[in-house]
Design a protein around this ligand. Structure first.
Ligand code: NDP
Length: 456
């Protein structure tokens, strides 16, 4: 008789957990997986996927306006929030079912329950109050929104609730200046909501390239989003149907909904980490090595619960490395270097590699190439929107260290450029590549003039 009920037990059915469970089960590893809510996790259920659908929905308002310059007459326009929510929910249900089907077809045992550790080999399943045992355990429980404890914070929502609001508010205040804040500010604004973004620092999107940050703010303001920097809510009061937000500087904003997007914390509450002896780091994330191995010999953790790089494709990559290392006989360390990423703000951002600031700290001689232009489409649409493209090059080796885009389709462009940058492409390689004309992306292979402060 087997010593344990399972060879592998996965706690958490999000992008990382499902991928690891499916790949392990597909190799004949006896796998159980537990998810307390719906399979698919943050990305599918309340993150990337519904967010991107909302971005599409919100962009139509501009598309209708832009169409006029091309000769189109667009008649009466009316947006129906309930239709968007219902259609989005249908798609999310389809994807969640696909995740479950993938696990089932691979032979995994799918459990709909909250799970917690009782010791290093024993897992308690809340749904039917029983325990199971496993030789190896993988924790992939993701993250959860983290909100500051200001008076009245209970009146605020997070992106979790934004996907299910019974009605679209007339006015919204978004607090935060990171990925989720700028994305949701764009979504609400595009859907016709009077939108204010309040960010505590001097410039939104800390950690991104300075030019990109400044230009995104300018473009958002041009569109009509009220972006306020050095601005932070101190308390929220409910007055009738309205919310009164008092700012730290004493200012007051009246709104109908306050969305907090102030970061996410690893989801470790009630997991029984102490019972199993699993160590967490100073940030409250499960501490792991480059193979996603915790300090406990038979326990691994990956994805947002480890707070390394909190992105879906990274969790999936970590899962593939885990399966190869633990069940494939081929140890593969996780590679967190040169990750292309996009922010689906409006305009969107694509970025890969070092920012100008980081490159200047690490390299002695840096060349900067910049293109700041009005995309061709807007010559006829009349929209005063600009696009920015920027390359950071190590002048000594000619290697492209970073690439940053602000503008339409930035995510699509950076995915392809990410291959070149990961391969170590030089500026000469970019220059030797034929342009695709007429595109915006051709700017990357036609930039010849080094940027100097005088050129600004
Ligand atoms: P981020 O970490 O990106 O941003 C958090 C923002 O909230 C920052 O502007 C931060 O300010 C601010 N903040 C933090 N604490 C406080 C506080 N106590 N009071 C006021 N402001 C505060 O988190 P998000 O919630 O936007 O997103 C979570 C994660 O989800 C991201 O890190 C990203 O990994 C992932 N994500 C990825 C997306 C994508 O790939 N397109 C889309 C959405 C999310 P400061 O900078 O000053 O610290």
């Amino acid at each position: 008789m087997a010593k344990y009920d399972y060879d592998l037990f996965v706690i958490g059915g999000g992008s990382g957990g499902v991928r690891a469970g499916r790949m392990a089960a597909g190799r004949g590893v006896k796998t159980g997986i537990a998810e307390e809510f719906r399979y698919g996790g943050t990305c599918v259920i309340r993150g990337c996927v519904p967010k991107k659908l909302f971005v599409y929905a919100s962009h139509f308002s501009e598309d209708f306006e832009d169409a006029a310059g091309f000769g189109w007459h667009v008649g009466e326009r009316r947006f129906d929030w309930a239709t968007l929510i219902a259609n989005k929910d249908t798609e999310i249900a389809r994807l969640s079912a696909l995740y479950e089907r993938g696990l089932k077809n691979a032979g995994a045992d799918i459990l709909h329950t909250r799970a917690g550790l009782r010791d290093a080999h024993t897992i308690h399943l809340s749904a039917d109050n029983r325990t199971v045992t496993a030789d190896k355990i993988l924790i992939a429980t993701g993250g959860w929104p983290s909100l500051p404890e200001i008076p009245g914070i209970e009146h605020a929502i997070t992106s979790n609730e934004a996907f299910h609001l019974p009605q679209l508010p007339r006015r919204v205040l978004v607090a935060g200046g990171g990925y989720i804040a700028v994305e949701f500010a764009g979504i609400f604004h595009g859907l016709g909501v009077e939108t204010t973004l309040a960010y505590r620092g001097a410039e939104i999107l800390r950690g991104f390239d300075t030019d990109i940050r400044a230009m995104l703010r300018r473009e958002m303001v041009k569109k009509g989003v009220d972006v306020r920097v050095n601005c932070n809510p101190a308390r929220i009061e409910k007055r009738g149907a309205a919310l009164i937000v008092t700012l730290e500087d004493g200012g007051v904003i009246e709104t109908d909904s306050v969305l907090y997007a102030t970061g996410r914390k690893p989801n470790i509450a009630g997991l029984g980490l102490d019972a199993a002896g699993v160590a967490v780091n100073a940030q409250g994330a499960i501490a792991v090595d480059e193979y996603s191995h915790t300090n406990v010999e038979n326990i691994w953790a990956l994805g947002d619960v480890t707070d390394r790089v909190n992105l879906t494709p990274v969790a999936i990559h970590e899962a593939m490395c885990f399966v190869s290392t633990v069940f494939g006989g081929k140890p593969v360390p996780v590679d967190h270097d040169l990750i292309p990423t996009a922010v689906f703000s409006q305009p969107s951002i694509g970025t890969c590699g070092l920012t100008e600031e980081a490159a200047r700290q690490r390299h002695k001689n840096i060349d900067i190439y910049k293109g700041d232009f009005r995309p061709m489409k807007h010559t006829l649409s009349g929209r005063e929107e600009r696009m920015l493209m920027k390359l950071i090059v190590d002048a000594d080796s000619d290697r492209v260290l970073g690439c940053h885009i602000l503008g339409a389709d930035a995510g699509e462009i950076i995915q392809a450029l990410g291959v070149a940058i990961k391969m170590g492409a030089t500026k000469a390689d970019f220059d030797a590549t034929m342009a695709v004309h007429p595109t915006a992306a051709e700017e990357f292979v036609t930039m010849r003039e080094k940027w100097t402060p005088a050129a600004e």
